[in-house]
Design a protein around this ligand. Structure first.
Ligand code: F0G
Length: 482
């Protein structure tokens, strides 16, 4: 986009791809949307996709494939052991990261399970810029503890800080010393820090973390699931990266970090998961768990066609024209809403646009799940499905009390290469309407609360009858329009 200047109109992100396969969508009337979200226990995970207009739940496994990826799937080699497909994945990893040791897993959290099984023991700590839900669940399941070392700037909802995902380096050193290096299972840097709004980590910070780990003899791990967006931000926001190629950045990181893992559902526009390292010591230590939990060492629970698509998609992740699309569409949506006064996480990150619900609905307390309430309200107002990333996505403390999230976010993920700009404009329009009617939004309460990862399948009910009032107001304001 950056190379194209418009003659008279506003500056908009220009797609550097065209659509060749389409999927029909439905947009239900508001009364139907109200019914559907209530039937889904007010949990957007439990909505049926046929009832959703824009699925902005996640960017995971829903990115559009390129023609090259689809074509590659035809040559997948279905053999159980020693498949040529795996060799092509390894060649792509070598091209992108420069690493030769590769372990396959069925998705990102499976890689996290392997990592945790291999290195987390009861009483140990895993240090990280910020947790991710599944990462933390695996570590705590094995008796470990997660310590977050995000810099304070990362939790300021609105700023112009380019790298809000950076780790506090002094705190990192102090925490390693406090627990002792032998009790640190690993230090994990999450690229494109998911739960604080897809905020990037600077190259400088990642390299400094790796150096500190090296000095203390502690393993450094990079969660590269969101590295593609992160590299885009490094290239556009960090002076030292401006004249580096994307490939040089990937390689430098792989040279410095002991272990890299990622979800192929995000990085590589495909499916599956990968663990890779320059050092065979680490992959050997984790190897035994792959046949146990995943599958043989040359497929690891992945479907071969997805592996072929991953091999091609990873190489596409080096292409700035492809990797700029997501962040630039997100930036467009965030700016549209921000201009209208909607409290958005700023600057715009990768992965999706994030609404700061503590400000959107300040009248709803943490224990009535403001971000989940906004997610249901957005579905009623638009048929757009987002995801709660706030208190509901946290685990309760061991004593059963709520752990209030640092940020109450409602995420509108932007699957890569999927939506058109008119769809993004529609989404912005309905959220502007909702913002003007935000006093109508009320809280939610549990109907069924699962003990583990409750946000996936828990069911909630509205407190009072605010959802009916909201749907009624929509009808009054929009008349016959869907
Ligand atoms: N790490 C990060 C940073 C992630 O965002 C995810 C998934 C995972 C690991 C786990 O990967 O889904 O392949 O098992 N994030 C998805 C999301 C679920 O919607 O944010 P996975």
């Amino acid at each position: 986009m950056s190379k194209v200047k418009f003659y008279k109109e506003e500056q908009i992100p220009l797609e550097m791809h065209k659509v060749r396969v389409v999927q029909k969508l439905t947009l239900l009337p508001v009364e139907e949307r109200l019914k559907k979200i209530q039937e889904a226990g007010n949990n957007t995970f439990l909505l049926q996709n046929k009832d959703v207009y824009m699925d902005m739940l996640t960017d995971s496994g829903v990115n559009a494939m390129s023609d090259q990826q689809v074509a590659s799937m035809g040559i997948a080699d279905d053999s159980y052991a020693g498949s040529e497909t795996f060799n092509r994945v390894k060649a792509a990893i070598f091209e992108v990261f420069g690493t030769e040791n590769v372990l396959p897993a069925h998705q990102g959290r499976a890689a996290e399970n392997i990592l945790a099984e291999a290195y987390v023991r009861p009483g140990m700590v895993a240090l990280m810029n910020f947790h991710f839900t599944t990462t933390k669940a695996h570590i705590t399941r094995l008796g470990g503890e997660v310590v977050e070392l995000i810099q304070k700037k990362g939790l300021v909802p609105q700023s112009d800080e380019p790298f809000k995902g950076d780790m506090d380096l002094d705190a990192l050193k102090a925490t390693i010393e406090k627990y002792g290096p032998e009790n640190v299972a690993f230090v994990r840097v999450e690229a494109g820090t998911n739960l604080i709004g897809g905020q990037p980590v600077s190259l400088e910070n990642m390299l400094a973390v790796a150096d500190i780990c090296h000095d203390y003899g502690v393993k450094s791990v990079l969660d590269a699931s969101l590295l593609q967006d992160n590299v885009y931000f490094m290239k556009t926001r960090e002076a030292q990266c401006k004249f580096m190629t994307t490939k040089q950045i990937y390689h430098l990181l792989a040279d410095k970090m002991d272990i890299i893992y990622f979800s192929g559902r995000k990085l590589g526009f495909s499916r599956g998961g990968i663990i890779t390292s320059h050092n065979p010591k680490y992959t050997n230590e984790m190897m035994e768990y792959i046949p146990l939990y995943e599958g043989f060492l040359t497929y690891g629970g992945m479907e071969v066609r997805a592996m072929e698509a991953m091999a091609v998609g990873l190489v596409e992740s080096l292409d700035m024209e492809y990797i700029s699309q997501g962040p630039e569409f997100i930036n467009y949506l965030v700016n549209e809403l921000d201009k209208y006064g909607v409290p958005m996480i700023k600057p715009a990150g990768g992965l999706g646009a994030h609404i700061n619900c503590s400000e959107f609905v300040p009248h709803i307390p943490h224990d009535q799940y403001p971000a989940a309430a906004v997610a249901t309200a957005i579905y009623i107002a638009s048929g757009v499905r987002g995801m709660e990333r706030g208190t509901l996505s946290e685990q309760r403390e061991a004593d059963g009390t709520e752990r209030f999230a640092e940020l109450e976010l409602m995420r509108l993920a932007m699957p890569r290469r999927v939506f058109t700009l008119s769809q993004v404009k529609y989404c912005a329009d309905r959220i502007k309407w909702l913002y003007d009617n935000r006093e109508l939004i009320g809280g939610l309460k549990w109907v069924e609360e699962p003990k583990v990862l409750r946000f996936f399948f828990g069911r909630l009910g509205e407190i009072g009858y605010w959802q009916e009032e909201l749907a009624k107001k929509f009808r009054e304001d929009f008349g016959e329009s869907l």
